[in-house]
Design a protein around this ligand. Structure first.
Ligand SMILES: Nc1ncnc2c1ncn2[C@@H]1O[C@H](COP(=O)(O)OP(=O)(O)OP(=O)(O)O)[C@@H](O)[C@H]1O
Ligand SMILES: [Mg+2]
Length: 277
């Protein structure tokens, strides 16, 4: 290699890093229902982003699209530049589902649920190694659930269940955590534990997307916020996103006299409504 080529290499600009999450014009229907309508979002690494929007605005659908659990009708999702299926196989994404999406009767102990985070680290036999067991013990300690390790997952309180799923992501070594309403029905102690853990994870480089209806807690928890109403209406600092006129847009409060469609109105009716404005 010539000296000039070496020089060029040494001084070349580093390649621009991929965003942690790229949601590019993603549209999702459930039959006639339009759940996401060309939603776009780009999230940088190691940020905590709050996702807010009214019931039915598409928050859980967005999480499922990011996880690759739902295939969009249009658009694409990239996790650190990779398709979600690849990112999931590499064990990079931790997911705390909305409580309603979990079968709590499933015969798994808290330890089993957290051990699921280690599957990607285990061989074909799925036999836990010493390292796997240590990672699970450590994660259970961090979420303050060590004493409940042997209990069936459905026999935990609401806040303890959320912490068990956070522990699964920690044991997994996830570089991204998606949390769908982790504070719903959770007391202040569990909320404080989860908030502290998320801050620690973000400080270690983990990217966090978290949906919540607790707008008061948002500025303390999040570096940025997204307003969703089938589309991303706004993405910015929490204090800007939480301005009353912006909340009015997302929550259908007609304080600015805008014509805001109901997200549960089927697609054809919605396009008529939008055509009117
Ligand atoms: N499995 C499904 N089949 C049909 N429609 C669905 C399904 N899941 C969600 N929907 C519809 O898609 C839209 C978006 O739902 P989604 O669950 O993503 O909203 P959300 O913002 O998470 O609401 P919430 O705050 O109540 O959790 C809603 O109109 C909902 O009724
Ligand atoms: Mg939801």
């Amino acid at each position: 290699m010539s000296a000039s080529a070496t020089h060029r290499r040494a001084t070349a600009e580093p390649a621009a890093p991929h965003p942690a999450i790229l949601v590019d014009n993603v549209t999702v229907h459930y039959g006639e229902v339009l759940a996401l309508d060309a939603a776009s979002l780009s999230l940088d690494h190691a940020r905590i982003c709050g996702l807010i929007g009214m019931n039915g605005s598409g928050k859980s659908t967005l999480f499922k699209a990011i996880m690759g659990m739902i295939k969009p009708d249009a658009g694409r999702v990239l996790i650190d530049g990779k398709p979600p299926s690849k990112a999931r196989k590499e064990g990079g994404i931790g997911y705390v589902p909305q409580s309603e999406d979990v079968d709590w009767q499933f015969p798994l102990s808290v330890r089993d649920v957290v051990m699921m985070g280690r599957y990607g680290h285990q061989g074909f036999t799925r036999r836990p190694s010493k390292l796997d067991r240590a990672a699970v013990d450590d994660a259970l300690e961090r979420v303050e659930l060590a004493e409940f390790a042997g209990r069936q997952i459905g026999q935990l309180s609401g806040g303890q269940k959320k912490r068990a799923f956070v522990a699964r992501g920690i044991a997994q070594g996830a570089t991204m955590m998606l949390l769908d309403e982790p504070f719903a029905g959770v007391d202040k102690r569990s909320e404080a534990t989860i908030t502290r853990l998320l801050r620690e994870l973000a400080a270690d480089g983990c990217t966090i997307l978290i949906s919540t209806h607790d707008l008061h807690a948002l500025p303390q928890l999040c570096d940025e916020a997204v307003l969703l109403m089938r589309k991303v209406l706004m993405h910015g600092p929490p204090e800007v996103v939480l301005q009353p006129e912006n909340l009015a847009m997302a929550f259908g409060l007609d304080v600015l006299n805008r014509d805001i469609p109901d997200p549960d109105v089927p697609r054809r009716a919605v396009s008529k409504q939008q055509g009117r404005s």
